[in-house]
Design a protein around this ligand. Structure first.
Ligand code: NAD
Ligand code: UDP
Length: 323
C-alpha cells in the first residue's frame, strides 16, 4: 500500500449500496476494505473487485469488535428491506446499536472520520411533509418496523454522543429510498419486486390502495451524495437528508414499470403492512446548500438501467422467485 493512498473501511460493503460505494472509492484511487457478514449481501456483488490489489473483503459481523487500521469508515452494515430486517429483529437492532458502538470505538481509537448510513425511517410515518432534518419523527416504538427505525435512531444518538464526548469526527446521512442494479430480486422492496414481477409477467402486488408515496433515488446519485458528505468540512456533521425529492404514488411507480418493460402484468391489491408510512419525501435544501448536491438521474432513466440489470440476471436463470 502506498503511503499516500487512503484506506477506507466500508461495512456492509457486499450489499446493494455498499458494493456501488466500494466501486466508486476504488475508481477514485482509494484502498477499500469491505467488511460484511453476508446476511443480505452477496459475494456476487463484489466478485468483480476481488482481483484488484486495492480491494480486500473480510467476513465479519459488526456486532463483534473489529481491529483494523484504516483512514476513514463508512458504516452501512444493516439489513435494509422490511422483509429482511423483520426476519431477525433482535439481530437487526443489535447490528445498528452494537455495530455503531464497535465502529465508533474503532474511529475513536484511530482518530478517523466515520459516516453513518442512517435512514428516512427515523421520521416514521411523518406528519410533516416533505421531511426536513429538524423534524423529530413519528415512530411506533412497539411496531414491527421498530427494530430498524429505533435501532437507527439510537445509532444517530450514539454518533452525536461520541462526537460530543470523545470528539469523534462524524457524518450522518439520512438516506431515502434508493434503487438500482444489485438490489435483490426477493427482498420485497417495491422497485425490485415490481420490476421482477413485470419481467416475469406475474401480477404486480400493490399494498393498500397504492396511494402511499415514496421518492426514489438512483444508486449512483446516492453514492455521490454519501462521498460528498464524507469529504465535506468538519462543521458538517449532519444529519443530512440524501434522496430524490421527486415524490410518486406507489401505483404510479407500478404503471411506469409496466410501461417501461412493456409488460402485460395485472395489478393486484394486498393488505397494507402495519405502520407502512403513508407518504415520504425528502427536503434536500441542506444537501443542496452544504454539499452542492442534488440527484441527476430521472426516475425513468434509473428504472431503465434497473430493468436492464434484472433482465440480464433473469436471463442468466440464477434467481429465486420474488418473495
Ligand atoms: P443491503 O441489505 O443490500 O446491505 C446491507 C449489508 O450489510 C449487507 O451486505 C449485509 O450482509 C450487511 N450486514 C447486515 N448485518 C451485518 C452485520 N451484523 N455485520 C456485518 N455486515 C452486516 O442494504 P442496502 O440497501 O445496501 O443498505 C445499506 C445501508 O443503507 C443500510 O445501513 C441501510 O439501513 C441504509 N439505507 C438504505 C436505504 C435504501 O433504500 N437502500 C434507505 C435508507 C437507509
Ligand atoms: N409495496 C407495495 N408492493 C410491494 C412492495 C412494497 O405496494 O410488493 C409498498 C410498501 O407497502 C410501501 C412502498 O411500497 O408503501 C415502499 O416499500 P419498500 O419496502 O420498498 O420501502 P419502505 O416501506 O421501507 O419505504
Amino acid at each position: 500500500m502506498s503511503l499516500s493512498r487512503k484506506r477506507v473501511l466500508v461495512t456492509g460493503g457486499a450489499g446493494f449500496l455498499g458494493s456501488h460505494l466500494c466501486e466508486r472509492l476504488l475508481a477514485r484511487g482509494d484502498d477499500v476494505l469491505c467488511v460484511d457478514n453476508y446476511f443480505t449481501g452477496r459475494k456476487d456483488n463484489i466478485t468483480h473487485l476481488l482481483g484488484l490489489p486495492q480491494f480486500e473483503a473480510l467476513r465479519h459481523d459488526v456486532t463483534l469488535p473489529l481491529f483494523v487500521e484504516v483512514d476513514e469508515i463508512y458504516n452501512l452494515a444493516c439489513p435494509a428491506s422490511p422483509v429482511h430486517y423483520q426476519f431477525d429483529p433482535v439481530q437487526t437492532i443489535k447490528t445498528s446499536v452494537v455495530g455503531a458502538i464497535n465502529m465508533l470505538g474503532l474511529a475513536r481509537r484511530l482518530k478517523v472520520k466515520i459516516l453513518q448510513a442512517s435512514t428516512s425511517e427515523v421520521y416514521g410515518d411523518p406528519d410533516v411533509h416533505p421531511q426536513p432534518e429538524s423534524y423529530r419523527g413519528n415512530v411506533n416504538v412497539l411496531g414491527p418496523r421498530a427494530c430498524y427505525d429505533e435501532g437507527k435512531r439510537a445509532a444517530e444518538t450514539l454518533f452525536f454522543d461520541y462526537h460530543r464526548q470523545h470528539k469523534v469526527a462524524i457524518r450522518v446521512a439520512r438516506i431515502f429510498n434508493t434503487y438500482g442494479p444489485r438490489m435483490q430480486p426477493n427482498d420485497g422492496r417495491v422497485v425490485s419486486s415490481f420490476v421482477v414481477q413485470a419481467l416475469r409477467g406475474e401480477p404486480i402486488t400493490l399494498y393498500g390502495d397504492g396511494s402511499q408515496t415514496r421518492a426514489f433515488c438512483y444508486v449512483d446519485d446516492m453514492v455521490e451524495g454519501l462521498i460528498r458528505l464524507m469529504d465535506t468540512g468538519p462543521e458538517v456533521t449532519g444529519p443530512v437528508n440524501i434522496g430524490n425529492p421527486h415524490e410518486v404514488e406507489v401505483r404510479d411507480l407500478a404503471q411506469r414499470i409496466i410501461r417501461l418493460t412493456g409488460s402485460s402484468s395485472p395489478l393486484v391489491y394486498r393488505d397494507l403492512p402495519q405502520d407502512d408510512p403513508a407518504r415520504r419525501c425528502p427536503d434536500i435544501s441542506l444537501a443542496r446548500q452544504v454539499l452542492e448536491w442534488q440527484p441527476a438521474v430521472s426516475l425513468d432513466e434509473g428504472l431503465r438501467a434497473t430493468i436492464a440489470h434484472f433482465q440480464s440476471r433473469l436471463a442468466a436463470g440464477r434467481e429465486p422467485a420474488a418473495g
